[in-house]
Design a protein around this ligand. Sequence first.
Ligand SMILES: Nc1ncnc2c1ncn2[C@@H]1O[C@H](COP(=O)(O)OP(=O)(O)O)[C@@H](O)[C@H]1O
Ligand SMILES: Nc1ncnc2c1ncn2[C@@H]1O[C@H](COP(=O)(O)OP(=O)(O)O)[C@@H](O)[C@H]1O
Ligand SMILES: Nc1ncnc2c1ncn2[C@@H]1O[C@H](COP(=O)(O)OP(=O)(O)O)[C@@H](O)[C@H]1O
Ligand SMILES: [Mg+2]
Ligand SMILES: [Mg+2]
Lengths: 112, 112, 112, 298
Amino acid sequence: MKKIEAIIKPFKLDEVKESLNDIGVQGMTVSEVKGFGRQKGHTELYRGAEYVVDFLPKIKLEIIVPDDLVAQVVEVVEKSARTGRIGDGKIFVTNVEEVVRIRTGERGHDAI
Amino acid sequence: MKKIEAIIKPFKLDEVKESLNDIGVQGMTVSEVKGFGRQKGHTELYRGAEYVVDFLPKIKLEIIVPDDLVAQVVEVVEKSARTGRIGDGKIFVTNVEEVVRIRTGERGHDAI
Amino acid sequence: MKKIEAIIKPFKLDEVKESLNDIGVQGMTVSEVKGFGRQKGHTELYRGAEYVVDFLPKIKLEIIVPDDLVAQVVEVVEKSARTGRIGDGKIFVTNVEEVVRIRTGERGHDAI
Amino acid sequence: DHGSGAIVRRATASLLGLAVGDALGATTEFMKPEDIRRQYGVHERIRGGGWLNLPPGRVTDDTEMSQCVARAILAKGGWDLAAVAEEFARWLRGNPVDVGSTCRRGIRDYILKRQLSTPPNEWDAGNGAAMRVAPVALFALGDEELLARLAVEQARLTHNHPLSDASCVTVARMVHRGILGTPMAGLRAAAEELAGRHPEFRFERYEGNATAYVADTLRTVFHDFFSTRTFEECLVRIVNRGGDADTAGAIAGAVAGAHYGLEAIPRRWLVALDPAVRKELTEAAKKLVRLSPLFRGA
Ligand SMILES: Nc1ncnc2c1ncn2[C@@H]1O[C@H](COP(=O)(O)OP(=O)(O)O)[C@@H](O)[C@H]1O
Ligand SMILES: Nc1ncnc2c1ncn2[C@@H]1O[C@H](COP(=O)(O)OP(=O)(O)O)[C@@H](O)[C@H]1O
Ligand SMILES: Nc1ncnc2c1ncn2[C@@H]1O[C@H](COP(=O)(O)OP(=O)(O)O)[C@@H](O)[C@H]1O
Ligand SMILES: [Mg+2]
Ligand SMILES: [Mg+2]
C-alpha cells in the first residue's frame, strides 16, 4: 500500500475531493499547512509598515491507497489540483507497510 | 525504526496517551486534522441555512518506535482508540531510515 | 529521494529557513503541531485554577530532497535548530518513491 | 560605424536592452495576450507589478544572473567558471526576487557538491541559461569559437540539454554580430542556422507559444526581431505576448540592443530602469569589451 501526500492550493480542495470521489476514492485526511517555495507570499500592513508574509497557506491531503491505484490517484490529483501557475504544489508517494482500521481491527487492503 | 501514524477521534487522545505511557512510550507528535471517510460530517447552521460540513475533526498521532515495539504499540493504540463506531480511524506504519535527536545529535535508537 | 521531517521549537523556524537558504534549499512545507516528550508542558491559569498543559507547541518541517543531499540538509537543520536544552526536537528521514510538481507534471528530481 | 567607440556603445545597448526587456516583460510574465489587452491595452511602459509585484524599473533573475556572469569575468579579469558559480551562489543566498527551478537546482548542487557541470537532463531545455549569455558575447568579441565554448560552459552550470546549448551559442552569436555592426542578414543567418539544425526553432510562422521552453522563447524572439524595424517595436510586440515575457524580452532586448544601438532604446525606458542596474551594466559593458580578444589585439 502507498501513502499519497499532496500539497495543494486551498481553493482546490473541493475539486480534488470530487475528482477522487468520481474514481471511488473517498477516504482521506486533510490538514492545513504553510508552504514555502517560489510562489510569493502576500503583503500585510502592520503598524503602518508593509510586510511580506513569505509563506502561503496550503492544504495537505493524505490518501492511503492499494499499490495498483497509485498511478491513477496521482494523475487525478495532479489534473484537478493544477492551475498552471506557480505554487500549484507537490505530490509525494511513500510506501506504507501496514494499515489498521481501528474500528474493526482489519489490516492491509481491508483496512482502506 | 518505524513511524506509527494514527488518525483517531479527538476525545480519545488522553486515553491513548495514557495507555502508551503505561507501556513506557511517552514521546509523540500530535496534530489536528480533518478526516473524510464513511463517517458523515455534521450539519451546521449558517445565515439561517443548514450546511453539511462533510469533514470531521480528527487527531493525528505520530510516534517513532524501534522495530521490535511496533506490534505492541499498534495494538495499544488500536484498543485504546476504539469505540466500535464508524470513524474510529486508522493506523499506518511506515519505515524510518534515520532519526536524529537534535539536542544531542544522537542517531538511530538512541534518538528515540 | 527522501523526506526530511523535523520537529523543532517554533522560535527556531526563521533560523532554520535561513540556514537552508544559505545552501540553496528554499522549498518546504511547515505545520503547527503539539509535542509530547521529556520536556514538560507549562502551567496555565484557567477560571482561577492552574492546569498543567502537558504538550508543547512545535513546528514540523517537511523537506523533500535528492538522496545525495540528505546528510548535508539534515546537518544544517540539526545545527540551526539546536539550543542544547530538552525539547529541541527530532529529525526523521523517510524514503519517497515518487515526487510530482503539480504545475508542470515534472517527476523525480526535476520536481524538487 | 565600426569604430571602437561605436562597438562599446552597441555593447552597452545590448546589456541595457536586456535589462529593459526584463523590466518591461516582468509586468506581463505568465499573462495571456487577451488579459494583457484587457488590463493594459498595449503594454509599452515600464510600470512594474506583475506576479512578482515589482516596483517599476526592477529587473528579475534574467538581468541579475547576467550581472553575475559579468561580475565574475571582471573580478577575475578573465574567464573562471568557478567564479561565475560563486557569483550565482552569492546571488541565490541574497533572496533574489525570483529564481527558476532549474537554475536553483544547479546552483544548490554547486553549493553542496561543488558541481560545475550538471548531468544531461531531458527537462533542461528551459531558457534559463540562454537568458544570461549576453556578457559572454561582449567578453569574447572577435572570437566566435571562444564565444561558443564559454556560452555552453556557463550554461552547463545549471542546464545540460542540446537545445539549451545551441540556444546559448546562437543568442551569443547574434549579440556578437550585432555589436560588431554586422547587418541584420548576419544575425538572421545565425537564427536560420539554428533552425536548420533544430526544426523546433523555425520562426517564419509564429504560433504564439511564449513559454519558458527555450525553443518557444527563441521562436518568439526571432519572429518578433526579424519582423520589426526598431528596438521599441520589437520589445513592445514581444512583451505583449505574455508567457515568459521577461525572458523573451530580455533576450530580444540583448539582441535588438546590440543591433540597433543605444540611441534606439527609448529614453523613457532607460530612465525608468533601476539606476544601480543601469550604472553597473554601462560600466560592465565597457570593461568586458576592453578584455575581449578584439580589443586586446589577440
Ligand atoms: N522540497 C520541498 N519539500 C516539501 N514541500 C515543498 C518543497 N518544494 C515545494 N514544496 C511545497 O510545494 C508548494 C509549491 O511550491 P512552489 O515552489 O511555490 O511552486 P511550484 O511547485 O509551482 O514550482 C510550496 O508552497 C510547498 O508547500
Ligand atoms: N484512505 C485513507 N487515507 C487516509 N486517511 C483515511 C483513509 N480512509 C480513512 N481515513 C481517515 O480515517 C478516518 C476514519 O475513516 P472512516 O472511513 O470514517 O471510518 P472507519 O475507519 O471506521 O471505517 C477518516 O476520517 C480519515 O481521517
Ligand atoms: N518517539 C517520538 N515520536 C515522534 N515524535 C517525538 C518522539 N519523541 C519526541 N518527539 C517529538 O520531539 C519533541 C522533543 O522531544 P523531547 O523528548 O521533549 O526532547 P529531546 O528530543 O530534547 O529529548 C517532542 O515534543 C515531540 O514533538
Ligand atoms: Mg525573470
Ligand atoms: Mg522568465
